[in-house]
Design a protein around this ligand. Structure first.
Ligand code: ZN
Length: 402
C-alpha cells in the first residue's frame, strides 16, 4: 500500500484555520489514478481513505452533534492524475450514523448536472430497516475534474451570476440585507415597477437549509416568473413590491452543512428566539415592513425541500389579512397543474419557532412553507416554480387593496 497516498490534510485547511475560517471538511485523498477533494464551496465530507488504486471511501457525518435532521449532504471532486485514460474509478460513500438519501449528481462545470445512472450506484451495506449505509459509485474519470454531489451546487458564486442576470431588469434593485456570522453577504432584490410607492409587500425567502436545492431552484424560477414580460406580471409589479432573499444561510451553504448555520442552529427553529445573526436580519426586515405605515405585508413564502412536493400552510380557520389568500392561491395553482396533485398539509405548532408560524402570529399575514421533493424531476421543478408564481400573482391581484 506504500505506493498510495493515504489521507492527506491539505495545507489549505491549515491556512483556513489560521485565518479564522472553519474548514468544515477540507481534506483530500489520492491514489495513482485520481485525487479526491472537497476544497470548494459546498464541498463536504467528514473524511476519506484510499482503499485501492481505483477506489476511495468517503465518510459522511453532520456538521454538529447532537444528530440533526438527516440531510446527509456530500460534495467532492475527482481530479485525474495524468496520464489518464478516462477509466472508471470507484467511490464508496459510508454513513456511520445515517443513511444514503440524495441520489448522486455529476458535473464537470458545476452548471450542468446529470444524475448518475442507476447501474453506477450500487448499495453495498443495508441495515435492518433496509436503509443504505454504504453505497458504491462507479465514476468515469475525465481529463478535467468531475464533481459529484448530493444535489446540484448552488453557491454564492452561482447566486451572484443569477443576481447579475435579473438585475438587468428595469424593475429590479439588488441590495444587501446584512452579513452572516462569517461576514458573507445576505443579498436581496426588490422587485417593483414604482419603487417606494407601493404599500403591498410580498416577501420570498429561501435556503435556510443548505442542501435543499430543489426548493432553491423553484424559488429562482418563481422569482423570474414575476419578472416576465407578460400583462399579468406587469400588473403585479405595478401594484405589489416583492422582496426576495434567496440565500438566508450562506455560511451553511459554503461549508456544505446538512442543516445548521455556523452557530450550530437550525435557522428555521430560531424564528422566536432569534439567537442568530441570519434570522435577526430576517426579523428586522419584516418588522421594518410592519412598522412602516406605508407598507403592508400581504404574503410570505419560505422555500425548502423534503422527501416530496408539499406546501405547509397555516390552518384555514386561522384568520389572515388578506383572508384565505393561501387557500385561494393553492386552488388556482392546482387548476394550473393538471395531472399533478398539489399536496397541502396544514399545521400550526406553536412550540416550533418556524418562519411561517412567526409571520402569522406576529403580523397576521398569510404565510406558507413551499417544499419541493429532493428528487423531483428538474423540468417539473421549473414548471412548479412558474405555475405557482402565476397563480400567486393572479390571486393577489384579485384581493382588495388595504
Ligand atoms: Zn428545510
Amino acid at each position: 500500500m506504500l505506493r498510495y497516498l493515504s489521507l492527506v490534510i491539505t495545507g489549505l485547511a491549515a491556512a483556513l484555520v489560521s485565518a479564522g475560517v472553519t474548514p468544515a471538511y477540507a481534506g483530500q485523498c489520492a491514489t495513482s489514478q485520481f485525487r479526491l477533494d472537497s476544497d470548494f464551496p459546498a464541498g463536504a465530507m467528514a473524511q476519506c481513505a484510499v482503499i485501492g488504486e481505483d477506489r476511495i471511501r468517503v465518510t459522511i457525518a453532520p456538521e454538529d452533534d447532537p444528530p440533526i435532521n438527516p440531510s446527509p449532504w456530500y460534495a467532492f471532486r475527482l481530479n485525474p492524475i495524468a496520464p489518464n485514460d478516462g477509466g472508471m474509478v470507484a467511490v464508496e460513500i459510508d454513513y456511520p450514523q445515517y443513511a444514503h438519501r440524495y441520489w448522486p449528481k455529476v458535473s464537470t462545470d458545476t452548471e450542468i448536472w446529470d444524475r448518475l445512472s442507476p447501474e453506477s450506484v450500487v448499495p453495498l451495506i443495508k441495515d435492518d430497516e433496509g436503509r443504505t449505509k454504504r453505497v458504491l459509485l462507479k465514476v468515469q474519470l475525465s481529463d478535467i475534474p468531475v464533481f459529484i454531489a448530493g444535489q446540484e451546487l448552488l453557491t454564492p458564486e452561482h447566486y451572484d451570476e443569477w443576481f447579475a442576470k435579473v438585475e438587468q431588469h428595469d424593475d429590479v434593485r439588488k441590495w444587501q440585507v446584512g452579513l452572516s456570522a462569517e461576514q458573507r453577504a445576505i443579498d436581496a432584490i426588490t422587485i417593483s415597477a414604482r419603487p417606494g410607492t407601493q404599500k403591498e409587500q410580498v416577501v420570498l425567502i429561501g435556503r435556510q437549509h443548505p442542501p435543499e436545492l430543489t426548493g432553491a431552484i423553484a424559488h429562482l424560477v418563481f422569482t423570474e416568473t414575476l419578472l416576465a414580460d407578460t400583462e399579468l406580471a406587469r400588473r403585479y409589479r405595478e401594484r405589489f413590491e416583492t422582496i426576495v432573499v434567496p440565500m438566508v444561510n450562506p455560511d451553511g451553504v459554503v461549508h456544505g452543512h446538512w442543516r445548521h448555520n455556523t452557530g450550530g442552529v437550525d435557522l428555521n427553529r430560531d424564528w422566536g428566539p432569534f439567537t442568530q445573526p441570519e434570522t435577526r436580519l430576517m426579523r428586522d426586515l419584516l418588522v421594518g415592513i410592519e412598522n412602516d405605515p406605508n407598507k403592508d405585508l400581504r404574503l410570505f413564502l419560505d422555500f425548502h425541500s423534503t422527501q416530496k412536493d408539499v406546501v405547509y400552510t397555516i390552518p384555514e380557520e386561522f384568520e389572515t389579512d388578506p383572508a384565505m389568500l393561501v387557500s385561494n392561491w393553492l386552488k388556482r395553482y392546482q387548476d394550473r397543474m393538471p395531472g399533478y396533485e398539489v399536496v397541502i398539509e396544514a399545521g400550526h405548532n406553536a412550540d416550533r419557532p418556524v418562519s411561517k408560524a412567526y409571520i402569522h402570529e406576529t403580523f397576521g399575514a398569510p404565510a406558507a412553507t413551499f417544499e419541493l421533493g429532493d428528487e423531483t424531476d428538474r423540468k417539473r421543478v421549473d414548471r412548479i416554480g412558474k405555475e405557482a408564481a402565476i397563480a400567486m400573482m393572479e390571486t393577489l391581484l384579485q384581493t382588495e387593496a388595504p
